[in-house]
Design a binder for this molecule. Structure first.
Ligand SMILES: [Zn+2]
Length: 111
């Protein structure tokens, strides 16, 4: 891995912890995996998994992915309450979702 990816990698846990604190939740283990179908997931125990490809994303989108999974600590589904939490932690998340729509497929194909 090149330098900036390493830097991004070590940022995941502190960002997730800080965001979880806002929701008064706790995260479990943070794991980086080689998943192609999704960017991240959150287990019932609060363990967070992320695709290593998120390390290549622009900072804001990278943060959005983390926030998205952290929001699942409180809301398991993608209902109204879930998006309210995301909005609260990442006010311009629409931009990140657009970016993912536009470039996500390409990124999934890397590696
Ligand atoms: Zn989700």
């Amino acid at each position: 891995m090149i330098g900036f990816e390493e830097k991004r990698k070590v940022q995941i846990r502190p960002i997730a912890e800080a965001k979880a604190r806002i929701l008064r939740s706790n995260i479990g283990r943070v794991t980086i995996k080689d998943t192609r179908t999704r960017w991240g997931s959150c287990s019932a125990k609060g363990n967070l998994n992320f695709s290593w490809r998120i390390l290549l994303m622009p900072k804001k989108v990278f943060e959005y992915i983390i926030i998205h999974e952290v929001a699942h600590l409180r809301e398991q589904n993608h209902g109204k309450e879930f998006w309210k939490l995301v909005q609260f932690m990442h006010p311009n998340f629409d931009h990140s979702r657009l970016w993912l729509k536009k470039y996500g497929e390409k990124l999934h194909r890397i590696g």
